[in-house]
Design a protein around this ligand. Structure first.
Ligand SMILES: [Zn+2]
Length: 463
């Protein structure tokens, strides 16, 4: 069975096109696209302006419960590291059922903002009593997967290896003990999960893997685990945090004599299946090295700004043909339009000029930013999406043509309006695998989710 959509306007890889008829399979994949034709019945019309949905390439769902809650000055030395203490306190109280409530609320918010898939970089492994085996094993993994299914968002689940507290094999601190898994347990669990999901048809779920960081995974362990992961699935996405903090770079140099990105590239492991998250403190040579490796970089300007990390050199990486995607990371902002707006604004403020990330081939800054991040984000997540094209999943967003930020604008300026004026309020519909999960700006489960989530937050506040 196929389903036929009539799109008034669609942003195809060749540009904005009027009267597009797209056929979508039962599995949600686009099987044909015809432009400029009258739609044969039966069809479902999508009015307004349709763009590819955005991939959120880096998320820690549980941190949604901390967003806005760590903004009170504790001392003149507040930093990433003091924020991390608050984050650990949250990580050490969540039960699986509570994580599912938080993640469901978050994933609904992502869909309303235009994210159609998410990469969940997940390092909460052990139950509150420290068990990594027995009944309920990996219940925290199940909670995230169940939340994505309930919300209807595409998920790349990235179980994360976390072994040490710093370079040189420093043991984990007590507050990090929930993150630890033996390497064999970790690899077996990923292989088992891939096997289980292979039989679960119709769900946009992909299993990948992540290494928390070079400070959390010794290099020999990383080499061995990466080789085994490639045997399990040679196309698996692999993510890692790297060079987010100046202190992290300094510790890496004192322990190894090399900067973290140099060290990682020197392993020879990094290729186009890898996504390097942050890369905030990168030298020009390191940025060129990443671009040459084919790996993507995921930048989360909102989190990097919130945590006082530093500036990523976006323009230099773009000029090296680097693959760049975005993520909501700590969830202080869950809005791809805002993420992309600040990617450009950060460059404008630095360089004192405008349209920094637009190109000669795509002079509309918004179109350039949206299409590149959607395409590269989906690729970094191993999701068959990121463009409105045959062979891609029908993950689309539709802008309301009557929204004040959009009304009267030329189609070519729609992504500019979305990013620089309307933002999430201009998004009317959102489809994942051809299913309208946001309709008229609303998700079918949003009222119930908001109520459950609010009750949980009140309970946390009272405890
Ligand atoms: Zn992160």
């Amino acid at each position: 069975m196929t389903h036929r959509f009539q799109l008034d306007w669609a942003l195809l890889p060749t540009g904005w096109t009027r009267d597009v008829v797209a056929t979508v399979s039962t599995a949600g994949m686009v099987t044909s696209i015809e432009a400029g034709c009258a739609a044969p019945a039966p069809t479902e019309r999508i009015a307004g302006f349709v763009l590819p949905g955005m991939a959120n390439a880096h998320s820690h769902a549980f941190q949604r419960a901390l967003a806005g809650g760590a903004e009170r000055r504790a001392s003149s030395r507040d930093s990433f590291w003091t924020w991390r203490s608050a984050m650990y306190a949250l990580a050490n109280r969540l039960r699986p059922d509570e994580l599912q409530i938080v993640a469901t609320q978050l994933f609904i918010e992502m869909l309303k903002a235009g994210y159609t898939s998410v990469g969940e970089f997940h390092y909460l492994h052990r139950t509150l009593d420290g068990a990594a085996s027995g009944p309920g094993r990996f219940a925290l993994w199940d909670a995230v997967i169940a939340a994505a299914r309930a919300a209807g968002i595409g998920l790349s689940f990235l179980p994360t290896l976390y072994q040490t507290s710093d370079f040189g094999g420093a043991p984990l601190k007590p507050e990090q003990s929930r993150f630890q898994l033996d390497v064999e347990d970790y690899l077996d669990a990923i292989a088992a999960r891939i096997g289980a999901e292979r039989d679960a048809a119709g769900s946009p779920l992909r299993i990948g893997a992540a290494f928390h960081s070079l400070r959390a995974v010794p290099l020999d362990t990383l080499r061995q685990a990466a080789a085994r992961l490639a045997e399990i699935d040679s196309t698996m996405p692999v993510h890692i945090h790297v060079a987010e903090q100046a202190r992290e770079v300094k510790s890496c140099v004192s322990a190894t004599g090399l900067r973290p990105i140099e060290l990682l590239l020197g392993t020879g492991l990094v290729n186009d299946r890898w996504c390097l998250v942050h890369c905030t403190h990168a030298t020009p040579a390191e940025l060129a090295g990443i671009a040459a490796s084919g790996a993507a970089v995921c930048v989360s300007i909102s989190t990097e700004a919130n945590l006082g990390d530093g500036f990523f050199d976006t323009l230099r990486f773009a000029r090296a043909d680097g693959r760049l995607c975005i993520g909501s990371d700590s969830q202080s902002t869950v809005d791809p339009a805002e993420e992309l707006r600040w990617l450009e604004y950060q460059q404008r403020l630095r360089r004192k000029r405008r349209m920094v990330l637009a190109t000669a081939a795509e002079p509309h800054t918004g179109t350039q930013l949206w299409c590149a991040a959607a395409r590269e984000g989906a690729r970094a997540l191993g999701q068959p999406a990121g463009a409105i094209a045959v062979g891609q999943r029908a993950d689309w967003i539709a802008l309301d043509p009557d929204h004040p930020a959009i009304a009267g604008a030329a189609p070519e300026a729609m992504a500019d309006r979305l990013i620089f004026a309307g933002g999430r309020a201009a998004i009317r519909d959102c489809l994942v695998a051809g299913r309208r999960v946001i309709k008229g700006g609303r998700h079918a489960a949003e009222a119930a989710s908001a109520e459950t989530y609010a009750a949980l937050m009140r309970r946390f506040a009272a405890a």
